[in-house]
Design a protein around this ligand. Structure first.
Ligand code: SIN
Ligand code: FE2
Length: 198
């Protein structure tokens, strides 16, 4: 197998609501920002923020990287809530705690092109992904760009663990099915990915 494990409906609706409620004050302190592409400065359609000692950011000048502070407020990122650390413990099967939880907000047709998560030194650790809100079509390829891909519908409460070989596979979000969930105030999808940066 490729090391991907899929846990559909890992979080039930009350657990999804509790998780979102726990995130609200953290996101108020570390508001969503819109990253830009290295070199071109083209804005992402996805808005982002982070939790944990390190957060993933991107802009024209500095490119893709992890840093300890929010690029707009200059403040340290809020800590990763214990419930998320517990979820990591339960599904990651990895002895090290995540240092970064990237929070992606997909509104208004936002999507994410095929990419490999490659900015972490520790690439043996899995990436744990939690979906909240509107359903999304997740696309998974292989280790090289341009190979065959398959798609997987991710619904609110689903958890995906990209471990083993799949940790290094191309993946992205083709589209979000607008209005498919009532969870996120204002609509859209929130995806959390926890990573060990190393
Ligand atoms: C990502 O690859 O960072 C996000 C994937 C997702 O939104 O499910
Ligand atoms: Fe990714």
């Amino acid at each position: 197998m490729n090391g991907l494990s899929f846990h559909p409906a890992y979080l039930d609706r009350p657990a999804q609501e509790a998780l979102l409620a726990s995130l609200a004050p953290l996101i108020a302190r570390a508001p969503f920002f819109r990253p830009t592409m290295p070199k071109t400065g083209k804005p992402f359609s996805v808005e982002m923020t982070n939790l944990g000692p390190l957060g993933w950011v991107s802009d024209r000048e500095g490119g893709y990287r992890y840093q300890a502070t929010h690029p707009v407020t200059g403040q340290a990122w809020p800590a990763i809530p214990q419930a998320l650390l517990d979820l990591w413990q339960a599904v990651a099967h990895y002895p090290v705690a995540p240092q970064a939880c990237l929070v992606n907000l997909y509104r208004d047709g936002a999507k994410m092109g095929l990419h490999v998560d490659a900015d972490e030194r520790d690439r043996a650790a899995p990436v744990v992904s939690i979906s909240l809100g509107d359903s999304a079509i997740f696309r998974l390829g292989g280790a090289t760009r341009g190979g065959p891909t398959s798609s997987l519908k991710l619904n609110s409460g689903d958890v995906v663990v990209l471990g083993g070989a799949s940790r290094h596979f191309y993946h992205g979000i083709d589209r979000v099915l607008s209005g498919s969930s009532t969870l996120v105030p204002g609509g859209g999808r929130i995806n959390l990915t926890m990573r060990v940066v190393g």
